[in-house]
Ligand binder design. Structure first.
Ligand code: GLY
Length: 328
């Protein structure tokens, strides 16, 4: 088992990474508590059963898979179910699934009864190496991604890398975009390893390494006011693309892949990035013009007045946050 601890304003939480961990979940769950298990309707039934078995007292709530469920509608529907079942303050929310599940469930946990404990059990590569750690939880409005949210750290993150064996290739590749991002912004040797080797030969190593990098940024700037924004390399344009196409054309990681290519200013670095993204069948361009994306970029939650901060990579493994050259 690989493990790391992440410091947050609500205490330190453990992240455990182990192939087959879902089958051994009961060793990491207090069976005396009541659990609200939230999962989408596409999660394999085996995973749901593993969690149910480890949490004898539970309420299971399912929701339609997909980014569209990070909505006020789904948020209030789930809250209503919890109220109807008289869920009390000592219940624990379990987010079982990908980034959408973690963001939606975490946001619910952050506000229900002024805050319930929650556990992340991420089952996609993207959520295992990124969204399950760091405490960002949120839902979208029609026009703006993650605009309603908070920083609400989980009590525990339990990662079973075996879930990646059944994940479709497109989802794996979308997760690889975020892993490539870590190499680009913070670790050249890791970037080279991703470019030249096959991460599926040792998922636990690659997940742990990605989270070690993420941990450094999150602990230094949990509330995302400075250095943590480096993790948003490629996200300003990526989020705008996702919203422009109403979350239908691209998975999050695919949009980020295009966003990273668009934002890197050095041609040699851009070339190396494109080569690496292509290895994982990720898109590197889109026909939409910057002018068409502007309105969505403007709504990006990190925009402050007329100043747009972007992250550039000036050498592989080293990033800078700069004031945008774009006039919005
Ligand atoms: N995914 C970027 C962050 O957690 O800050």
């Amino acid at each position: 088992m690989r493990q790391l601890s992440v410091k947050s304003h609500q205490g330190t939480y453990d992240v455990l990474i182990e192939s087959g961990l879902l089958k051994r979940l009961k060793h990491h769950i207090n069976p005396e508590l009541f659990y609200v298990i939230i999962a989408d309707d596409m999660i394999p039934i085996d995973y749901v059963n593993d969690v149910k078995n480890a949490c004898p007292d539970h309420l299971l709530i399912r929701f339609p898979a997909g980014e569209m469920s990070k909505s006020l509608f789904e948020f209030s529907r789930i809250i209503d179910i919890m109220v109807k079942h008289n869920i009390r303050k000592d219940a624990v929310v379990v987010a079982l699934g990908g980034g959408v599940t973690g963001d939606l469930s975490g946001f619910i946990a952050s506000v229900y009864s002024r805050g319930l404990d929650f556990i992340q059990i991420p089952t996609t590569l993207l959520s295992q190496i990124d969204s399950s750690v760091g405490g960002k939880v949120a839902i979208n409005t029609t026009d703006a991604k993650n605009i309603i949210g908070s920083i609400y750290p989980p009590k525990k993150v339990l990662i079973d890398s075996q879930t990646l064996n059944t994940l479709d290739k497109r989802q794996i590749n979308a997760g690889m975009a975020e892993m490539i991002k870590y190499g680009m912004i913070a670790d050249k040797a890791f970037f080279e390893k991703i470019k030249n080797e096959d991460p599926s030969q040792d998922w636990d190593y690659y997940i742990h390494k990605s989270l070690e990098i993420k941990k450094r940024y999150v602990e230094a700037d949990e509330f995302d006011n400075s250095i943590r924004q480096s993790l948003n390399f490629g996200h300003t344009i990526g989020h705008a693309l996702e919203t422009y196409y109403e979350y239908k054309k691209y998975l999050h990681g695919e949009a980020i892949a295009i966003g990273m290519v668009q934002i890197v200013s050095n041609p040699q670095i851009k070339k190396e990035l494109i080569e690496c993204l292509k290895k994982y069948n990720l898109p590197t361009s889109d026909p939409v013009s910057f002018d068409e994306l502007k309105v969505y970029i403007n709504r990006d939650k990190k925009g402050r007045k007329d100043l747009l901060k972007i992250v550039d990579v000036t050498e592989i493994g080293f990033s800078v946050i700069v004031k945008s050259q774009f006039k919005l």
